[in-house]
Design a protein around this ligand. Structure first.
Ligand code: MG
Ligand code: MG
Length: 260
């Protein structure tokens, strides 16, 4: 998909339902994580939960090129220095002190939503706890700017200004348009200039997803061929919501639990 799309009223209602379901999935996945469990077990649980709704995991089989065999999981599971895009496997066993990034997408009646949270396994380093808190707050700060009349640059500028030099801010990966596909334009970077980038228009649906680290801004692909890890081994956190640019006022966040 090469153009920015505006979602219809009917599509927005489907995104609302899909978003709430996805929030339930990620919440339930997070509640299950415990030492000794494998990433594959968690992935199977998430896939079954999504299918029990009659929906479809959107990452599973996702291919970016024709040669790409397709992504092997329902979840992206990235542990500690893993930032995003970690593929689930039976070899990844969670242990006390890990921080685990769970990223998931689903398709509800043809509409795509995307959501990520970072979870602690038991007692974690207080510095990791603080990293998680600041990353979630960076997402909130970005969402605050996601208003008609603003630009993607306003979102990035707000996130970057909030983070300052306290943490590494991964710049080579970004948020994105979503709704009719896993990824749509525009890019929604976690840095930027006020008033620059793409104008935000009512009916646009975007995913905002800051990725912060306790060290470098830089990431590389790990030996597994999937996970983006920090180049200095520092721990990373990631939070993401799918949201709608509304006519007036704040964005409507789709990926929240019913009673939030
Ligand atoms: Mg995601
Ligand atoms: Mg995303």
């Amino acid at each position: 998909m090469s153009k920015i799309t505006i979602k219809t009223k009917e599509d927005i209602e489907k995104l609302r339902i899909g978003g709430r379901r996805l929030a339930r999935v990620v919440d339930a996945v997070g509640a299950r994580i415990q030492p000794g469990m494998s990433a594959l077990e968690l992935d199977t649980f998430a896939e079954e939960m999504i299918r029990s709704f009659g929906d479809t995991p959107s990452f599973l089989g996702y291919a970016q090129t024709k040669k790409d065999p397709g992504y092997p999981g329902t979840l992206c599971i990235s542990v500690n220095d893993g930032v995003v895009h970690g593929a689930p496997s039976a070899d990844i066993i969670f242990k006390e002190g890990d921080i685990v990034k769970i990223d998931c997408g689903l398709i509800h009646e043809g509409l795509f939503v995307d959501h990520a949270r970072t979870f602690a396994v038991g007692d974690i380093d207080p510095a990791d706890r603080e990293l998680m808190r600041v990353t979630e707050e960076a997402l909130r700060v970005g969402i605050e700017q996601a208003r008609a009349g603003n630009t993607t640059g306003d979102i990035g500028y707000a996130i970057e200004s909030y983070v300052k030099n306290r943490y590494g801010n991964v710049r080579t990966l970004a948020g994105h348009g979503v709704g009719y596909a896993v990824h749509e334009p525009p890019f929604v970077p976690n840095y930027g200039k006020k008033g620059k980038g793409e104008p935000l228009v009512p009916g646009m649906v975007i995913a905002i997803e800051p990725m912060l680290t306790r060290g470098t801004d830089d990431v590389m692909i790990a030996d597994d061929g999937y996970t983006y890890i920090t180049t200095d081994g520092s721990h990373a956190a990631h939070f993401e919501h799918t949201l709608l640019i509304t006519e007036n006022g704040p964005a409507e966040i789709f990926t929240v639990l019913e009673d939030e």
